[in-house]
Design a protein around this ligand. Sequence first.
Ligand code: GTP
Length: 367
Amino acid sequence: MGQLRRDIIRRHGLAASGALVFSLLFLAGYYLQLTRLSGNQLVLLLGSFWLIQAGLLYWVCSGRAERCKDPSLTVPFMLLSISYFTIMLMSAPALRPVLLLAYLTVMPFGVFRLTWKGYLGVGLFTMACYTSAILYFQFDSGGLWIPQLEAFLGITFFACIMAYTVMGREFTILRDAYRRKNRELRRAMVRIEELAVTDELTGLFNRRYLLRTLEKQRALAEREGLPFVLAFVDIDHFKQINDLHGHKVGDQVLAELSAVLKMSIREVDLAARYGGEEFVLLLSGLALADAGQVLERIRLQVMERTFSQAQIPLTVSIGVAQYHPGEDADELLNRADRLLYDAKRGGRNQVKTETCRGPVRSLAEPS
Ligand SMILES: Nc1nc2c(ncn2[C@@H]2O[C@H](COP(=O)(O)OP(=O)(O)OP(=O)(O)O)[C@@H](O)[C@H]2O)c(=O)[nH]1
């Protein structure tokens, strides 16, 4: 159960306790003969109130109301209580002071949900209910009608309701500001998390994230026996590109090559910038031979196009090693790095794949 639903249920628990207190007071009023109800009418009144209340509570607590615009069903709950307090008022005019307070205790529960317009609507509904109860009482009983007192009480009650509406408006403003800040904070958190794992220039994952993922991949390989392959991809003679075209173009080349790497791997794989012009690819669920083919394809892809506005041709050298059960991340990284070194030494623009725990095998001859 989510925190939001728990909060809603807690609030409804409070509201139901309030309704219970006023039901008990009304019951006491009945036994003190302060109401005009018969026993059956009393049972019908309180019984139907609690039946509907229980139905609404069930809707909220079971999560069925989550499809509604307001999953807390605040307005239905408020209108239900106000309507029943009005019927109680009609049937027990002597309990008017108690029931006036009952009306007012309903209003604060709108704070969490209602806009000030909603507040005004519920406030006017309350006023209309109260007025009809008073009129009903006067006409029904022909009771003592003291217009000044009724006006006095009515205006005071109206002022209280309006005060709630104004307060409700203030709460709406506060609530909206709080929600806005919360949203901004969440967005900022997501961005910070992104920045913490992303290389700014290339948009690939950074070394820290790679090492973390490598550990997870290792655990998966140990537990589930899922094979994976790690490849170092390094641009050949990148220093010359910087020297010839400048750092800015060099940066552009790095970004474009990163896009090629990212596009060439599957969702389950990972491309990271290890540092400078050196990248690492983690290919999961692949045997060494298949990974070798994938990386050979990447090598050819890089060779077949040019990079940056300066249309610079590029080649990469790649070292590919498969994870051996029991080894640690450093051992795997070192092996792949050694294979990359072999590829460089072997003339660059080639993929060096280790044979199973044996010597390295070249997939392409140096160009
Ligand atoms: N533009 C740019 N250059 C970078 C960045 N990081 C590292 N470099 C440059 O990458 C170059 C790497 O040079 P080397 O390590 O000699 O490698 P190389 O020239 O590619 O030679 P080989 O790897 O042996 O083929 C250096 O000139 C670095 O300054 C970066 O973020 N942007």
